[in-house]
Design a protein around this ligand. Sequence first.
Ligand SMILES: [Zn+2]
Length: 435
Amino acid sequence: MESPAIRGGFMVIEAGRILHVAAHLPERFCGMPKVRLSGGAILPGLINAHCHLELSDIDQPLPVPQSDNGTGSMVGWLDKLMARRRDLVDSKSHVERIKQDAIELGIRQAWESGTRFVVDNVTAPWSAQWCEQSARGLCKDPSSEAYRALVPEIPIHIQPCIELVDVNQKRCEQTWEFAKKLCEQQTTTDRVCRQPFGLAPHAPYTASKRMVQQAVRSQSASHGLLSMHLAESLEELEYVEKSKGPFKFWISPWVDNEHVSNIGKIDEYLRLLLEAHRSLIAHGNYLSDYQIDWIGEHRDKVAVVYCPRTHSHFRHKEHPARRLEGRGVSVFLGTDSKCSNPDLSLFEEWKTACRMFPDLGARYWMEQCTTSPAKFLEIDQWVGTIRQGSKSLLTWVPLGGQEIADEDQLWQAMLDSHQAMPLEVQVSLMEMTFR
Ligand SMILES: [Zn+2]
């Protein structure tokens, strides 16, 4: 996406960094050991802009009952999610162990399909150490010379966004205490979890205006990321705009009056998010035209994350991707959790987005899960790009020996491909020839 595709080119990698990428190999690199790769394409590492790794220990997405408005019911799905959580607590199992295992599963699944950076909502209990261990445990053969040259020490990075919920006073205190504790754990060394940690006020029905305002203020000071589910379902709109519908009934056992009086309308949350250093609107399925215009005026600081397969799972109305693109707003791609998605492959999200909005094009959608979020998140110097100086966090897409004459055919061959994987896995699979 930063140059035309290079056919049969050369990439020079040393100690996990790209030193050179072009059609030709300069003389000074000719003596280096070489690995020949054929029958596939190398892409930048994929960026998943919205995920809940801690929900990865589920075999199948939770079913979504039908709602009165013709789409799937978010409330019906949340009921099932809460029941799952309750069962976990009631089972007296070791919750921390279960969550750690789920995160490990999620990180592995993301990495196996070529994802190198995940924006992840985290809830208590959680530890950066869990991500650290999982990510560093991914390399199978770190002793091999090629592997060590090719792969940086850390093969996948996580941007934790601490989820904030304040449906009542007690919950409000707990949520800030948890956020404070995690933020204090941050250190300055190069780690799997990117710092500063982000904050994720959960959604308009669970996060008051006051709390979002506080989150915006604290993230503006630290230049941290803000991520919030917004305008996700028609039920959410009915609740926050008209104070009625199934959400009102669903949330009533938990909320106190103080919280209810502080629930804002979508416009009010949007105005707060537009003030942040960087904010991601998860889903934004039902943003109106004038709301999209507003976001367009702040497009360097606010982007929307479209989760194509989750969107289909909830049978939502068409996503406003075209209108957002028309206003110059980035529409990044995310998986959301395995509770609404069969797996965490961002490559599959890319293929689905291309199928849903073919007019925007395969190249556009690839930008939205590589270079575009990399620039927005200010990480393009090291991930999401193939350029000199970037880490070699790269993706391999097998193209099944198809004849490829031009770039259109290349995109088509990638759309026909059944998988994407980390480049190092392909290299390990191949018989390596060192010359
Ligand atoms: Zn989500």
